[in-house]
Design a protein around this ligand. Sequence first.
Ligand SMILES: *Cc1c(COP(=O)(O)O)cnc(C)c1O
Length: 502
Amino acid sequence: MHYVSTRGGAAPRSFTDILLAGLAPDGGLYVPQVMPRFSAAELAHLRTLTYPQLAFEIVSRFAPEWDREDLRGCIERAYRASVFGEAAITPVRTLEPGLHLLRLSNGPTLAFKDVAMQLLGELFESLLKARGEGLNILGATSGDTGSAAEYAMRGKQGVQVFMLSPHGRMSPFQAAQMYSLQDPNIHNIAIRGVFDDCQDIVKAIGADAAFKAQHQIGTVNSINWARVAAQAVYYFSGWFATTTSNDQAVSFVVPSGNFGNVYAGWIAHQMGMPVRRFIVATNENDVLDEFFRTGRYRVRASAEVSQTSSPSMDISKSSNFERYIYDLVGADAGRLSALWSELDRSGQFDIAGTDLWQAVVRSRFVSVRTDHAGRLACIRAARDRYGVVIDPHTANAMAGAWRLREPGEPMLVLETALPAKFAETIEEALGEAPPRPAGFEHLEAAPQRVTVLDADADGVRRYIAAHTEPVATGMASVGAVQTAAARRQSAQFLVAKPGASQ
Ligand SMILES: *Cc1c(COP(=O)(O)O)cnc(C)c1O
């Protein structure tokens, strides 16, 4: 099992090589050279498994070199009932016959990003320990990603998180969620500015190769393959929970932004899960809806991105979309690169009327777009029809399900966050505050730990430097310890036990 770049210009690498990497050196995204596929007998076996067992069967296919017992341990620690509220991890709630909510938001930060991030935390800790290395994760967040990363990495050996957020611009709930963490390896940095200022600082530091190497700076963005693999698991579990035999195909409706979530469903499909349709749900930032309706993929300028009441879907382009197109061009990296050169040059490409558009149609992807008024109406109607309160992201998908569902079509709507995170919109829709899960009642009253800095990359650099040990000094700390002994241990760790690879 090796990973290659969608642009064709990078040497094949292993899962452990790409786990801590971002983009491939040629600017592409890493994808498996050959997609693993389950046989009918294997699928029958998967149907009988618990969530952690199922996760092991899927993730181990993508990481055959990882020691199997170590991987099993990582997965069992990540997917505990005590962390996700129940043993099913991503339980299904049936709303009416054939229409189900796949509940992905019962992790520590009440959004679906926890599902992948909790596993990533375990994998990072294990790999860094084996290699005797450290990692300092630098990120910018306006909400869900940053908090999911912090809750996954808190207390993890060898990892520190430096998370930039716009000072005073997150909801009180989201700010409290992040800033109340007291773990010494978590650094909340509130920037006097807006989210774009935070992102610009991360980019500036990311472009500073010397600083990055010296301080072992990494990221955890949605293009990380381990996140995709971890998300494929709940598509299988949702399919198993709503069908009785493996020849029954279901449809998935997925609130989409960076295309990471729905792309994981596409991977589950490649691995053998039958699918009737994937319905990509967008908000007013409708890059993806435009593509699936017309064949034109047109990225937006930052100024064109509107701030909506489903903020985690407010994107200008969809990073994982490149992987999907790579699959549709039959892994032809030359053709993929030509499309992305066109995109870089003119901000768009158009495949209407081509064989590639036929491939899109055959892939069974369709889309819907919902606006603010549509979300509010949907939140009200879901409460009235089913007695459930859904969050504004999930509402984009629920509205799509009602609009597109065909008679007899079994459909799973993916719930990507709990309404408690978005109280303002819920109050606007329902005239009352959303329910709060147990344990979150007094969140805003907890003591907070945050450093406020100006929107200035140098100030952030100085903060990071003051809280990390530069690699060159070789000092023992969370920063970095690289010894020959650790390297040897790493080499042993990465050799799978006999019979373990597949
Ligand atoms: C991140 C996020 C999304 C979008 O998911 P993608 O994988 O980027 O498509 C949707 N809803 C919520 C609540 C999110 O946090």
